[in-house]
Each structure stands twice: as structure tokens, then as C-alpha cells.
Design a binder for this molecule. Structure first.
Ligand code: ATR
Length: 541
């Protein structure tokens, strides 16, 4: 089973930006025509359609033609002219999107039925009027399924008179039994996201193909969960700038999200944990966490989601919903998420960053587990009063400095930019020094040396050699490098002859195990943690 993602285009010039994993391409011809004079658009549109069809055919992608009128929130001025345009362009497309509220719906449906064209019958509701399913059977409200413009759509009647979702579905099914029904509405609160799930479950039972999700920032959960709940597809934007509807995520981000999904194991009780960052596609957390979740037979799946900063608030709002157990947060949002949380653990507050958010009955609790490596270091050397030298004063060093200080270590922060080292040292009561031959010579009398910079990382512009390293490392020094691509960094390779070394992936595991324990509320068995390590090593090497 795959999650179908459809990307909406307004212009064939955008074709090259489509992720090849994307199954569907929607062409918003009304947006293409906007501002063009009829004389020019007809020809341009024909050539655009040709280009699009050829591209989709070569890449085995399905195409959808959509032309929305201004009355439907689109840009095409006239419903009757739309009928003509539809008829002329439709032969090049796999699907046509017919608006349920169109005056000419019956004529269009009859025409496409004759031509055996697949139809998506779309209803865009103006508000979340859909009520939870209470009794079996349908109520068919007056005006629905009659072939005339439905009063339910774009209407201003009081909420109480609006029909239930299943009534809308039934009316649409009556109007076009073989069409895929698309029912969308704007979410005004998180709980609105439950409505599409219920409707999709109902449609599944009745073997009706349905696309259903909520629009708007508060509807992000339903857009993501739609294919998981059985929606025929979900829509994604080409990129962050060209979203055609509020709350739309970028299609490649949706595809990355679904790439980790184990569809066969999903049921209505499955919960999700995310890792949120930007970028996040390289994150190995889903691999190791899904291994652990499967091993512990937990009905939870761990997925990655790139978050654009403009959508971070809505994504955090989504985490309050019952389908999400929480999220890990990575660069660059570890500080930015804090104001949106309901409470922050004192340790995370002191560090000034959150990397784990737990959803406790709709309340978001923030934690920081990045310091979980410190007790592991403490198993090799006694940290109390130990002289520790930390290279680097960026985000990666904060939680380690905090943990070392808490363990009673004597910490010196060395950094290329002295100001940053001084600021960090002030915050946690440490010493600081600029990166120099003199400061690095202090390694001779140290117990622990930690590299928290990106020096030595594959492809890092920081280079591969830490300056001023001693030619011979002091015996008994413990060296820890946070870099784990490669595992044997230039620092580790040099130090390993004389020193005890701990490699960077241990920090990833340690923070992941501690975060998982917070999500599930129980200890992760040691053998599971060992398995997580093996999984990681498989992907790193
Ligand atoms: P992160 O949040 O992942 O720690 P960061 O905030 O960019 O990343 O910090 C990277 C750290 O690596 C910084 O301490 C940086 O030193 P500056 O504060 O002087 O920028 C350090 N760093 C990066 N490249 C370096 C290099 N070539 N030589 C020395 N230090 C370097």
C-alpha cells in the first residue's frame, strides 16, 4: 500500500521541481489562465496541457484537471465557459475535478460518463459543520443530489441546520456513483481533524473512494493522516512558496513522512511520534526508534516531518491531538518551540532548549534528553572534579556542558569565537578560552575531551582537522566526539591509540532511548537499546 500524494501545479514550468515519488499531478488551469487574455491563454493552455501530459506519461504519474470558478474560490470567471474548457482539455488528463456546487454539474458528469473519464466530485464546505456519526443510515437534506447548486456549500445557514458528513457523502454518491468523492472543509479547532477519519472509515465500509481532509492551519493533522485513514490521496504544495491552500505541506515533505510508514501495521489505535526539524530528511531517528517500537510491540510509529518555520505553530498544535504521542525536535527549533509548550521540565529550562515534546492528554510537555550521554561518559571516568575540555560553543555543547556541571566536573569551554565560549561559560559557571595552541595544551592534564563542533563531519565546511591537537594524547584521557558521520572521525582515529574513545552515535542512541522512555512512560530494555545501536551502525557505515 502506498500513500498517494498529489502536487498542485499552476504552470508546467514547475514540472521539474516535482519529486519523482509523487503519484498525482493536479493542474489548476484556472490559476494558469488568470490575468491572460482569452486570445493568448487558449493556445498557451493547449501547449501547457500537452507538456504536462507528456511529462506525467513518461514518469507514470496520474494527472488531474481542475478549473475552479471565482465563486468556488478559484480564478476562472465563468461556469459556462468552464464547461467548454473542460470538454476541450479533459481528453489529455486521467481525472477531472468537477465541483459539486457547479450549476452544470449534471451536464459535466453526463459528458465524462460518456467518455469514461474518471471524475473527482469535489465539495468544499465553508465551515466545519460536520457532526460526529450518531445513528446509522443517511439523511438526505433538501437540495442535495438534485443537480442544482447545493445550499449546503458556501452557505450561511446556522450550524444546526447543516447536514452531517455522511449525508453529504450519500448525496454526492447518488449524483455520481463511480466518482471519487472529495469532501473538504476548514478546521477551526483541533478536534475537527477527527471528522475526516470518521467519514473515511464509513466510506471504506461502503467501498466508496473518498478524499477527505480539513483545510487551514488547524487542519494539518487531517492532511497528513488522510492517506493513512484511507483517503484516496492527499494534496501537497510544490514548495513552501506555492501552496495553493492554507495548511498545505510541501509534497516532498509528505513523501518523506510516508516513506517511514509501515502501512500493514496501522490500525485506528496507532499513535505517531514525529521528529521535527529543517532539514530532517537525513535523520536516522525513525530507523532506530521504529526498530525499538516494533521490538517492544508498541502500536506507535515514528516518522519525520520537515517543518517550515511558518507552519511550526500549526504542527505543534497538531501534536495535541490524540493520534500523536509527541515529537523530537531538532535543529533549528529546539529553542523556538518553548513558548508554545504547556510546561517545560526544569532541566530543559536550564539548558534553554527542548528536544522532546510529550503529549499528555492534549498538553505539551517539553524535555531535553541531549545530556543523556553524560552518565555514559561517567561510566568510563569519574566526572566529579574531573578536568573536562569541551571544544565548541554551539547548540550541541549546551546540554553536555549542563550535564557535566551537574555531575560536578571542572569544565573549560574552548571556542574559535571567544564571545560564544564566554557566554556559555557564564551561563553554566565554567571557564572559557579561545581556540589556541596554549588552550589546547591543557589537554595534557585533562580527564575528558569532547568535540562538539562539526569539524570532521562528512561534507562539513569546517574541515576535518581540529587545530592544535597534541601529537601524542595523554594516556587515560577519555575522548568523545559528537560527530558520527563517519564513526571513526579524524579525532577518534588519532586518539584511539592512547585513549579511551566514545563515538558520536552513542549520543544519538542515549538521547533517543531517554526520549522514548518519556514517550512510552516505561524503561527501554537494555537489549532493545543494543539493537537500536546495531540499526544505527548499519545505516551509518
Ligand atoms: P551546533 O548547534 O550543531 O553546535 P553551531 O551553533 O553552528 O552548531 O556551532 C558549531 C560549533 O563549531 C561552534 O562552536 C563553531 O565555532 P564558532 O562559534 O567560532 O563559529 C565551531 N566550529 C565550526 N567550524 C569550526 C572550525 N573550522 N574551527 C573551529 N571551530 C569551528
Amino acid at each position: 500500500m502506498v500513500a498517494n500524494v498529489c502536487v498542485s501545479l499552476t504552470n508546467p514550468s514547475q514540472l521539474s521541481a516535482i519529486d519523482p515519488r509523487c503519484e498525482f499531478i493536479e493542474f489548476r488551469a484556472d490559476l494558469f489562465c488568470e490575468g491572460r487574455t482569452p486570445g493568448s491563454w487558449k493556445q498557451e493552455l493547449a501547449s501547457a496541457t500537452h507538456q504536462l501530459a507528456n511529462h506525467a506519461c513518461a514518469n507514470s504519474q496520474k494527472t488531474i484537471l481542475t478549473i475552479r470558478t471565482t465563486a468556488e474560490g478559484g480564478k476562472f470567471p465563468d461556469d459556462l465557459k468552464r464547461v467548454e474548457l473542460f470538454k476541450s482539455l479533459a481528453p489529455r488528463f486521467d481525472f477531472v475535478d468537477v465541483e459539486y456546487s457547479s450549476k452544470h454539474r449534471a451536464a459535466l458528469l453526463a459528458n465524462f460518463a460518456k467518455e469514461k473519464k474518471e471524475v473527482i466530485l469535489s465539495a468544499h464546505l465553508t465551515e466545519p459543520t460536520i457532526q460526529p456519526v450518531r445513528s446509522p443510515g443517511f439523511r438526505n437534506p433538501k437540495g442535495l443530489g438534485s443537480g442544482v447548486q447545493s445550499p449546503v456549500l458556501q452557505d450561511s445557514r446556522p450550524k444546526t441546520q447543516n447536514p452531517k458528513s455522511e449525508a453529504i457523502l450519500k448525496a454526492m454518491h447518488k449524483a455520481a456513483p463511480s466518482a471519487i468523492k472529495k469532501i473538504v472543509f476548514t478546521a477551526t479547532k483541533q478536534s475537527d481533524n477527527n471528522v475526516p477519519s470518521k467519514l473515511l472509515a464509513l466510506a471504506k465500509k461502503q467501498n466508496i473512494r473518498v478524499i477527505c481532509f480539513c483545510m487551514g492551519g488547524k487542519g494539518i493533522a487531517s492532511r497528513i493522516l488522510a492517506p493513512i485513514d484511507g483517503s484516496y490521496l492527499t494534496f501537497g504544495a510544490l514548495d513552501a512558496k506555492s501552496a495553493t491552500a492554507p495548511g498545505q505541506l510541501v509534497h516532498s515533505d509528505l513523501l518523506d513522512f510516508y516513506s517511514e510508514l509501515d502501512f500493514a501495521a496501522i490500525n485506528p489505535n496507532t499513535k505517531f511520534i514525529l521528529v521535527i526539524g529543517n532539514p530532517v530528511y537525513h535523520s536516522l531517528s525513525p530507523k532506530m526508534q521504529n526498530f525499538a517500537l516494533r521490538k517492544m510491540k508498541l502500536n506507535i510509529q515514528y516518522l519525520k516531518l520537515r517543518a517550515d518555520h511558518t507552519q511550526l505553530g500549526d504542527i505543534l498544535g497538531m501534536l495535541r491531538g490524540g493520534r500523536f504521542a509527541g515529537a523530537n525536535v531538532t535543529v533549528p527549533y529546539k529553542e523556538a518551540v518553548i513558548p508554545s509548550l504547556d510546561s517545560v521540565d526544569p532541566e530543559a529550562k536550564n539548558i534553554g532548549a527542548v528536544n522532546t515534546i510529550v503529549n499528555r492528554k492534549g498538553k505539551l510537555m517539553g524535555y531535553n534528553t541531549d545530556g543523556a550521554i553524560v552518565p555514559i561518559l561517567g561510566k568510563t571516568v569519574k566526572l566529579k572534579r574531573a578536568r573536562c575540555i569541551l571544544l565548541g560553543a554551539g547548540g550541541a555543547s549546551r546540554a553536555i556542558v549542563y550535564g557535566l556541571k551537574k555531575a560536578g566536573a571542572d569544565v573549560t569551554i574552548i571556542n574559535r569565537t571567544l564571545d560564544r565560549a564566554e557566554a556559555l561559560a557564564r551561563a553554566f559557571g565554567c571557564k572559557s578560552a579561545p581556540l589556541s595552541l596554549e588552550s589546547m595544551s591543557r589537554l595534557a592534564a585533562a580527564t575528558l575531551f569532547v568535540n562538539t563542533t562539526t569539524i570532521g563531519m562528512h561534507g562539513s565546511p569546517s574541515g576535518s582537522d581540529i587545530p592544535y591537537l597534541p601529537r601524542k594524547f595523554p594516556k587515560g584521557l577519555l575522548v568523545f566526539d559528537v560527530v558520527y558521520t563517519p564513526i571513526d572521525t579524524p579525532l577518534i582515529s588519532k586518539a584511539v591509540r592512547e585513549c579511551n574513545c566514545i563515538t558520536g552515535e552513542r549520543m544519538l542512541i542515549a538521547q533517543g532511548v531517554k526520549a522514548l522512555e518519556l514517550f512510552i512512560g516505561k524503561k527501554v530494555p537494555d537489549e532493545v537499546a543494543v539493537g537500536m545501536h546495531d540499526v544505527l551502525l548499519n545505516y551509518i557505515q
